[in-house]
Ligand binder design. Structure first.
Ligand code: SR1
Ligand code: MG
Length: 416
């Protein structure tokens, strides 16, 4: 049966998995184990042996950072299924999967070293040139290939049925991301008293809540592609020349814009947080310019890659069969259809970026980018423009029709 593995249990556990023993070399006495858990939910260990290393991740029966909060260990099934389903499409965009244990709900995978969590790199002001384009490529590869543009509906419907059972984690997204910032609930952890006014105004803002409700419906009904579901800067591990997307336990069929929006939201919040970091002004300005550039690169790369996959697809899905638009007029129409499809993803990206910012500032799971700002007054001053921008993105989407409009608005909302 299931049991929580402790640090000291890991060598004996690994000793029972021959393929991993061979990979590490030696035996339990030769292995070192490091507890490197960093996210909110799971236990994570890195194990090194004479011949190599692995990463062991176990789903705990509760939220790691909040033991009184029970959470289904079955989430590991969906993280595993996400890795398996995407393996043919994403190449080295994710860690390699070595072993899955459906009893202890552990995943043994490639140890990523010297990678760091992208969020840490952003906080430290590191230039990581591959992070944005590689993450964009990962999302395009993952979502195009699991959408109706590439997959036959029978395959897609099987997948939808499977991932629809990831309900415990979908409920977390429904509650923590799409509901809590707009109501009073014990979990909300915004900066008090400085952000109380913002939290109260969100609760009574009918225009905002109407827009949020529209995107709640989008989240619940738009099974556009297999999405990661939690693709923030803590779900990406990087070096200067390598990028891996990790932690697919929130995977489901949903709107692609939830993934692209989550990534952009975390870059935008990093930009605002940098305004409060104690760094020389010239360094700060240069780094903030770099972040804006990464947002532009991220969207351009995602769009180009998605379109390239579509234009070169040899096996079309059921949405636009290959023999459907063959003559000149048809091909021209298809170009318009593709542009409209990408515009739809962009509109969702904008909305979900806003929703993700609101949840990180008013909701339960606060982010290190802001938590490292110890002075609460300064932290709140770096958060308020993100909320003001998010509100505009949700209630005035027509003003944000392209990425240039977002890039222009980010500094403007800080000055406002
Ligand atoms: C209970 S904490 C939940 C949050 O942590 C994860 O990273 C997700 O963002 C989730 O909403
Ligand atoms: Mg996670």
């Amino acid at each position: 049966g299931y049991r929580v593995l402790t640090h000291d249990d890991i060598p004996a556990y690994i000793a029972g998995v021959p393929a991993i023993v061979a990979q590490l070399g030696g035996g339990p006495a030769d292995w070192t184990v490091r507890d490197v858990a960093d996210g909110n939910l799971n236990a994570v260990y890195l194990v090194d042996g004479p011949a190599g290393g692995v990463c062991v991740k176990q789903a705990l029966p509760y939220v790691r950072v909040h033991h009184d909060w029970p959470l289904a260990v079955e989430r590991a099934l969906f993280e595993h299924a996400y890795m398996v389903r995407l393996d043919p499409f994403v190449g080295r965009g994710a860690p390699q999967l070595y072993h899955f244990d459906p009893t202890l709900f552990t995943i043994v995978m490639e140890k990523l070293e010297p990678h760091i969590i992208l969020r840490k790199g952003l906080i430290e002001g590191r230039h990581l040139p591959k992070a944005a384009p590689d993450t964009a490529t990962f999302i395009a590869n993952a979502t195009f290939n699991t959408s109706d543009l590439a997959a036959p509906f029978e395959r897609k419907f099987e997948d939808i049925a499977h991932f629809a059972r990831n309900q415990a984690l979908l409920r977390i997204t429904m509650d923590l991301v799409l509901t809590d910032p707009y109501r009073e609930v014990w979990r909300n952890r915004y900066v008090r008293p400085h952000m109380e006014g913002w939290a109260a105004s969100f609760r009574s803002d009918i225009e905002l809540k109407t827009a949020v409700a529209r995107h709640r419906i989008g989240f619940l009904t738009n099974t556009q592609a297999l999405i990661h579901g939690d693709l923030h800067s803590g779900s990406v591990m990087v070096t200067e020349d390598d990028t891996r997307v990790i932690d697919g336990e929130f995977a489901s069929y949903g709107p692609i814009g939830l993934d692209t929006g989550a990534f952009i939201a975390n870059l935008i919040m990093s930009w605002y947080a940098h305004g409060a970091y104690d760094r020389p002004e010239a360094d700060r300005r240069a780094y903030r310019d770099w972040i804006l550039e990464q947002i532009a690169i991220f969207w351009a790369t995602f769009r180009d890659r998605f379109l390239t996959l579509w234009e070169n697809a040899t096996e079309a899905g059921d949405a636009y069969p290959a023999d459907y638009f063959t003559d000149t007029a048809g091909k021209a129409r298809l170009a318009t259809i593709r542009r409209d499809y990408l515009d739809g993803i962009f509109a969702d990206t904008v909305a979900f970026a806003a929703l993700k910012m609101n949840r990180r500032i008013i909701g339960y799971a606060q982010i290190a980018d802001y938590l490292v700002i110890e002075d609460l007054e300064r932290r709140a001053r770096a958060q308020a423009p993100a909320l003001a921008l998010a509100r505009a993105l949700l209630t005035r989407p027509e003003r944000f029709a392209d990425i240039a409009a977002i890039l222009d608005a980010i500094p403007r909302f800080e000055r406002a």
